[in-house]
Write a protein that binds this ligand. Structure first.
Ligand code: DX5
Ligand code: ZN
Length: 222
């Protein structure tokens, strides 16, 4: 059976105690989701290159960087050098996603592509072929803020993408982001996601490590 992993989203952490929060999830999680927002593609600003670089010095987690920024092609090298392992950009932010994927891979990193809920599902069909990309990120909320409600339409997208990825023999990770809690995590996993981003449901809790462990238990993963 396909192993499902949780990628805790740092956006919901206490930034005054950021390493305390990262260390809390480290015994249970392999990934760390890093939301970069530019106040242009999304109506919010979060953190960027220096923060990722600083956390990289103290963490061996797989850094799953989610760029919610316009002109992502201008910043790939910087996010690679900062210590990202996966660099995911939005299909809405470039006219040439294939070159951007090549650029990320040329930096020695895994390339991801994400889709806004308002963008037609078909926009990612060219990336479901074997080796086209390393990660597909389905947004299950409008990007920009944590703590929103899961949009169930995302589940039908996940099912459709999962079917096609398997059909083409692609081993790309199928990730989902937004509104994950103890109920929606099961729906997302049953719909074919194998990397589930969770912000409020992990770092929004008093004990993020315990919250992550509990979500793995809900999934039936140890
Ligand atoms: C939203 C971000 C998400 C966010 C998820 O734009 O991409 O990663 O942190 O937060 P929750 O899990 O609280 O919906
Ligand atoms: Zn995200």
């Amino acid at each position: 059976m396909r192993r499902v992993e949780i990628s805790p989203s740092l956006l919901a952490a206490d930034f005054g105690y950021v390493m305390r929060d990262v260390e809390s999830v480290t015994p249970y999680c392999k990934y760390l989701h890093l939301d970069v927002m530019d106040g242009h593609f999304v109506p919010n600003v979060s953190f960027g290159i220096p923060v990722i670089k600083a956390i990289r010095k103290h963490s061996n987690l797989i850094f799953d960087t989610h760029l919610m920024i316009s002109n992502p092609e201008e910043y790939i090298e910087s996010f690679a050098e900062a210590g990202s392992d996966y660099i995911t950009f939005h299909v809405e932010c470039t006219d040439d996603p294939k070159s951007l994927i090549e650029k990320i891979r040329a930096c020695g990193k895994k390339a991801g592509i994400s889709i806004h809920p308002n963008t037609p599902e078909e926009a990612l069909y060219p990336f479901l072929y074997k080796d086209a990309v390393d990660l597909i990120l389905v947004m299950s909320v409008i990007p920009g803020f944590g703590g929103q409600t899961y949009m169930h339409e995302a589940s039908s997208r996940l099912k459709s993408y999962r079917e096609k990825l398997d059909f083409y023999g692609s081993e790309a990770i199928l990730s989902v982001d937004g509104g994950i809690n103890e109920r929606t995590i099961v729906e997302a996993s049953n719909s074919g996601a194998n990397l589930i981003v969770a912000g409020s449901a992990v770092f929004g809790k008093a004990d993020p490590g315990f919250a992550a462990k509990n979500l793995y238990a809900v999934l039936g993963e140890d």
